[in-house]
Design a protein around this ligand. Structure first.
Ligand SMILES: [Zn+2]
Ligand SMILES: [Zn+2]
Length: 299
């Protein structure tokens, strides 16, 4: 089984600037099934860029109706169903994704809903999906119907927080996961409503105790700080191996010992890329926009 990150940027300014890609991630060959999780802008293009086939999908997971998670959902549904000519696969998502809720969604037209099984998830709801069990996990976020996913297979349990701020009972939804994938928008203790930062993510890790943790969905401030350094710090402080995902990163999962999984970077010049990224960031006026947003949210 492999996990491939088709994007590790998140939040509006990372997405607008494409400083990090925003295609979500693929899980391939989980009990023989291939899944695409949160196909944000560019998901189709990144699928090809990182050597995967968008037609070879069995499930498309959409955690909530924000554009950095759902823009490319319909085109991937077309890929999965061979241009809507076959009944195939499942679309798994929260209420707003299918039916809309308040000002969010729907993200999928009736036409695109028509050839695949539609599975609406709520927190705590468990649904069978082929030979996997999928549980919705609770989020506290702008789209109040949003969910994360706990994917339970016979070989491994993978949990994804999606966008949520930390709350006292968050760990109860992710308990027992071997690999915990989390949206960590900001570094250190830079709190922003509806999201986690490194400090709150650390709390969650200490409670859940996964075998491997992966941070993704980085905002500009986090990219500027260097997610790799944050991940190293978190690993040291929690004793849980924590990776900062990078665009194109592929993890060949070791079921017995997830922390010894093999990691392939699409571009081997990883540290060079980070250096470049930080240099670019100082020129990016979008970072100022994000800083403004941070100030507004503190008030
Ligand atoms: Zn997001
Ligand atoms: Zn969101």
């Amino acid at each position: 089984m492999k996990i491939t990150f088709l994007g590790t940027g998140g939040g509006r300014f990372s997405t607008i600037s494409q400083r990090r890609m925003t295609g979500g991630f693929r899980i391939d060959n989980l009990n023989g099934k291939n899944l695409h999780v949160d196909p944000g802008p560019g998901a189709l293009v990144r699928t090809y860029q990182f050597g995967l086939d968008p037609r070879k999908l069995d499930g498309i997971f959409i955690s909530h109706a924000h554009i950095d998670h759902c823009t490319d959902a319909e085109i991937l549904i077309e890929s999965m169903t061979k241009g809507m000519t076959r009944n195939k696969g499942s679309i798994i998502g929260c209420e707003s994704v299918f039916n809309g809720f308040e000002q969010f969604g729907p993200c999928i037209s009736n036409y695109h809903k028509s050839k695949s099984k539609n599975i609406i998830l709520k927190p705590h709801t468990k649904k069978k999906f082929n030979n996997l069990t999928i549980k919705g996990t609770k989020t506290i976020h702008g789209d109040s119907t949003g969910v994360g996913f706990f994917i339970d297979s016979k070989d491994i349990k993978i949990s994804y927080t999606s966008d949520t701020q930390y709350f006292d009972k968050l760990y109860t939804y992710h308990e027992g996961s071997d690999i915990l994938i989390a949206s960590v928008l900001r570094s250190g203790d830079k709190f922003i409503r509806g999201h986690m930062c490194s400090e709150t993510f650390k709390k969650l890790l200490n409670e859940v105790q996964p075998k491997l943790a992966i941070m993704t969905h980085f905002g500009l401030e986090m990219i500027n700080t260097n997610p790799l350094k944050e991940a190293k710090k978190i690993t040291k402080q929690t004793g849980i191996k924590t990776l900062a995902a990078y665009d194109g990163m592929k993890i060949d999962v070791n079921f017995k010992n997830p922390k010894y999984s093999k990691i392939n970077y699409f571009n081997k010049n990883y540290s060079q890329l980070y250096k470049q990224e930080r240099e670019n960031s100082y020129q990016s006026s979008l970072l100022n926009d994000e800083t403004d947003e941070l100030q507004i949210n503190k008030k």
